[in-house]
Write a protein that binds this ligand. Structure first.
Ligand SMILES: *Cc1c(COP(=O)(O)O)cnc(C)c1O
Length: 386
């Protein structure tokens, strides 16, 4: 069978024990068996999100969780702040538009992070802003935002801070309660190593103040329904039972390894990937100051077509990486190091990238990427992770 290595920022690879859990016979959702799975999932998610607040599981991809946040927090005419520094930040503004809210969009050059001071100026100028929407890891550019500093600003106001943690949570540090984040959204098919189909949303009391008052139309994603049902360890609609059962396998891995060790491990994978790109004479899209450990976005030379790189790696060698989105289409490639990926997966990806760059006429020293990655991986000792 041909290799099928996913170095993509969602979906990510699924480890064997989670695959096995996905294959278990179905259980009914109105049973004590499912209740005990749901209870365990909520507990595990609280550990990963570093929160004691409510966590709800929705049957949707990540964007469903984002829509739930907007529909429940905002009413038509409400003002909000969003950050457009990539495709996913832009999605917050599109969702606000869809619900008749009025987003004040901060435009950030792709590859840079939002200046927290810009959010402060807008909040100071308009006391009626209801919510600030930001992205933990902007997956289209490989940039991590300074959520802690942004939270310090937002928590002194009436506005709530909503974080898209879909690619970042579980891969890079995110402390919902310590930092004072009001709402966070995550998805199953990124750092959680599951198939797409589940989103997670956590909201605190401040957020529930807005949720109770919102006049936006909502039904399936009405968080008041989830709050009432989850209080009884139940769900308002048929949950994605199969993925929730498997989620507990994923959450077990998080607990066994410890968040700190996982973050250190992803940081090491990122360090190797960046070193490889630079050694091949390529530059990174994200600014050094805000570069993410979740994925690495690599600029390609003008005469190398990113679409061809992605296609050749996938079709000829069975290795999936991501290309660029919007105006970066064809100009960059993105290599994800999230979820079930280790050093040797990254080395395989880099070896294949070298081969494809060679075939596309780009000149470099064979093995330069591999050797730089090996060296960067081995700078210090990081605890081993199962
Ligand atoms: C993947 C991703 C999304 C979108 O999630 P879907 O599951 O495709 O709906 C949103 N935000 C970020 C940061 C992502 O990485």
């Amino acid at each position: 069978m041909k290799r099928n290595l996913l170095l993509t920022p969602g979906p990510t690879q699924i480890p064997p024990e989670i695959c096995a859990a996905l294959g278990r016979p179905i259980i009914h959702h109105r049973t004590p068996q499912f209740q005990s799975n749901l209870r365990e999932a909520i507990k595990g998610l609280r550990y990963v999100l570093q929160t004691e607040k409510e966590v709800y599981l929705l049957a949707s991809s990540g964007t469903g969780g984002m829509e739930a946040a907007v529909a429940n927090l905002l009413s038509a005419g409400d003002r909000a702040i969003t950050v457009d520094g990539g495709k996913f930040g832009a999605r917050w503004a599109e969702l606000c538009d869809a619900y008749g809210a009025e987003p004040e969009v901060i435009n950030v050059e792709w590859g840079k992070a939002v200046e927290p001071g810009q959010i402060k100026s807008l909040l100071d100028a308009d006391r009626d802003i209801k919510a600030v929407f930001v992205t933990l890891c902007e997956t289209s550019t490989g940039v991590t935002s300074d959520i802690k500093t942004i939270a310090d600003i937002v928590k002194t106001t009436e506005a709530v801070l909503v974080v898209d943690g879909i690619s970042g949570v579980g891969v890079t540090d995110f402390q919902m309660d310590n930092w004072g984040v009001d709402v966070v959204v995550c998805g199953s098919h990124k750092g959680f190593m599951l198939p797409p189909g589940l989103s997670f949303i956590s909201a605190n009391e401040k957020a529930f103040g807005l949720i109770e008052r919102s006049t936006s139309p909502r039904y399936y994603f009405d968080l008041r329904k989830y709050k009432a049902a989850f209080a009884k360890i139940d769900t308002p609609f048929t949950p994605a039972t199969g993925i929730i059962v498997a989620l507990n396998e994923s959450l077990r891995r998080f607990r066994e390894n410890g968040l700190e060790n996982l973050f250190a491990r992803y940081a090491r994978l990122a360090r190797g990937t960046r070193a490889a790109a630079r050694a091949l004479g390529l530059t990174l899209l994200a600014d050094e100051s805000c570069i993410s450990n979740v994925l690495t976005a690599i600029n390609l030379p003008e005469d190398v077509d990113g679409g061809a790189v992605v296609k050749m790696m996938r079709d000829a060698h069975g290795i999936s990486i991501a290309g660029g989105q919007a105006h970066l289409k064809g100009k960059i490639i993105r290599i994800a190091h999230m979820g079930c990926v280790d050093e040797y997966d990254i080395l395989t990806g880099i070896a294949c990238l070298e081969k494809v760059l060679y075939e596309l006429g780009y000149s470099f020293t064979w093995g330069a990427g591999l050797s730089a990655a090996q060296e960067a991986f081995n700078i210090d000792e990081v605890p081993s992770v199962v």
